[in-house]
Design a protein around this ligand. Structure first.
Ligand code: BG6
Length: 478
């Protein structure tokens, strides 16, 4: 039995360009779909505006100005001992409108410098091609990913950056949390696919078409990437939210199975290279007329991923019992999401479940038999500096301690192969779901509040030293 983490296990932190970089219109960058998201709160949803409105607050425009601070920031990650760093490329920095033939050299140069800086510290960059930042013009002019033309635009963009960084980046991820959109919620449809649903349109059918187009685009990019550099490791990225059956009543088991199929449909295609039977039958039952060709099916078969990138924040419980109160997960009255009485929640209502992490890792490996890479995990919390300005975030340390202990068990006792772990944030950045700055995930505090006030100064939290110890001991101290 393996007793320790492999020497090659990668430790790091993760961000996304749109939540951190800022500089939203600098050096030729075009507007992205994240640039029209206003600030919200846990109670008030972010608005998706049509273009920019002068009286609105768009927190991603500045982010934490990583664009101008990246040298200082990477030095901090190096000090923490990180051996990898996950970030994304802002598509609209490279192709401002998404459909140009020639890339924006200034955008390419920025990522050259960023990856060189990583290499300077022997930090392996893990790069997401599309993390909720599709060029806005691809929504405006083409209607987003429901339009098949976006497949080619994405492939052209991916080819450009994979070729440019072929000797600097080895690990790639195609679409971040591609499966969020399975819930059909407005924000996920926007951030995954740049799609808005007009009254009278069949939302489910549109989601299915956009998802399929992304899966085809991803498969094309996997094939292409392997030609550009056979050493590339190209993964998918899914939000791994396991569904527990609320009770041992068989109908709850089926509810959880159906909910899981909806969520893991995406990784089923990414890994198995074909559309699963359960999806084909459902589309047929609902009389969807989806467009895909025989060639697309070949592409799906050829472009299967090398590993599974995943985020893990929470588990959910589902029930089909009529006396169980909960929100409907889909139009199906037999799948309700219900509160799990056995786990706690954070201030935003996310169910915190460390043991569920072990379960999720086992679940994915059993379903796919591919190596996993945990590219997001962490806790959003309010941090209050004490009189000396110190941030004693023991709750964050405790969260990570518990989750990493479960990851260790999954790896060493259950035999799940895991390539690495990148804690979400590293730095406090703009929250994706609420647009808040004060939903903080970092080991490094960034002086900025929800109203955008602050010096942007970086400060180490107590958890900084804790994570450093974990990395230095290669997980031994867990
Ligand atoms: C994941 C996303 O859903 O969760 C990240 O990939 C996001 O972009 C993270 O920031 C945490 O979510 P939030 O809404 O708390 O920032």
């Amino acid at each position: 039995m393996k007793k320790q983490f492999d020497k090659s296990f990668l430790w790091g932190t993760a961000i996304a360009a749109h939540q951190a970089e800022g500089a939203w219109d600098i050096a030729g960058k075009g507007m992205s779909i994240a640039d029209v998201l206003t600030a919200g709160t846990s109670k008030k949803a972010r608005e998706i505006t049509e273009g920019l409105l002068s009286h609105k607050n768009y927190p991603n425009h500045e982010g934490i100005d990583f664009y101008h601070h990246y040298k200082e920031d990477l030095a901090l990650l190096a000090e923490m001992g990180c051996t990898c760093f996950r970030t994304s490329i802002a598509w609209s920095r490279i192709f401002p409108n998404g459909d140009e033939t020639q890339p924006n050299e200034a955008g390419l140069k920025f990522y050259d410098d960023l990856f060189d800086e990583c290499r300077k510290y022997q930090i392996e960059p893990i790069v997401t091609l599309c993390h909720f930042e599709i060029p806005y013009a691809l929504y405006n002019n083409y209607g987003g990913f429901k339009n098949r033309k976006l497949i080619d635009f994405f492939v052209h963009y991916a080819k450009t950056v994979m070729h440019r960084y072929r000797d600097k980046v080895q690990y790639w991820l195609t679409f971040n949390e591609i499966n969020n959109q399975c819930t059909g919620d407005k924000l996920s449809l926007w951030t995954n696919s740049a799609v808005k649903i007009a009254p009278g349109e069949n939302k489910e059918e549109i989601v299915a078409q956009a998802s399929l187009n992304e899966l085809i685009a991803s498969a094309k990019v996997v094939c292409l990437g392997h030609k550009i550099n056979p050493k590339f490791k190209i993964g998918c990225m899914i939000a791994c939210v396991p569904f527990y059956p609320y009770s041992c009543n068989p109908i709850d088991q089926i509810a959880s199975l159906k909910a899981s199929n909806k969520r893991f449909f995406y990784s089923d295609v990414h890994v198995h290279g074909k559309i699963p039977e359960y999806a084909l039958l459902e589309w047929e039952k609902k009389s969807f007329t989806l467009t895909y060709t025989k060639e697309d099916l070949d592409t799906l078969r050829q472009g299967t991923v090398d590993y599974i990138g995943l985020s893990y924040y929470m588990s959910l419980a589902v029930s089909a019992l009529s006396d169980c109160e909960g929100t409907l997960l889909s139009k199906d009255p037999l799948i309700k999401m219900v509160k799990n009485p056995f786990v706690k929640t954070n201030d935003w209502g996310w169910q915190i479940d460390p043991v569920g992490f072990r379960y999720a890792l086992n679940y994915l490996y059993q379903r796919y038999q591919l190596p996993l890479f945990v590219v997001e995990n962490g806790i959003g919390a309010y941090d209050t500096p004490d009189e000396d300005g110190k941030i004693n975030d023991d709750y964050r340390i405790s969260y990570f301690e518990q989750h990493l202990a479960q990851l260790k068990i999954a790896m060493l006792e259950d035999g799940v192969p895991i390539l690495g772990y990148t804690a979400w944030g590293g730095f406090d950045i703009v929250s994706f779901s609420t647009g808040e700055m004060e939903k903080r995930y970092g080991f490094i505090y960034v002086d900025k509040d929800n109203q955008g006030r602050g010096t942007l100064k970086r400060r180490k939290k107590k958890s900084f030293d804790w994570y450093k110890k974990v990395i230095v001991s290669n997980g031994e101290c867990l």
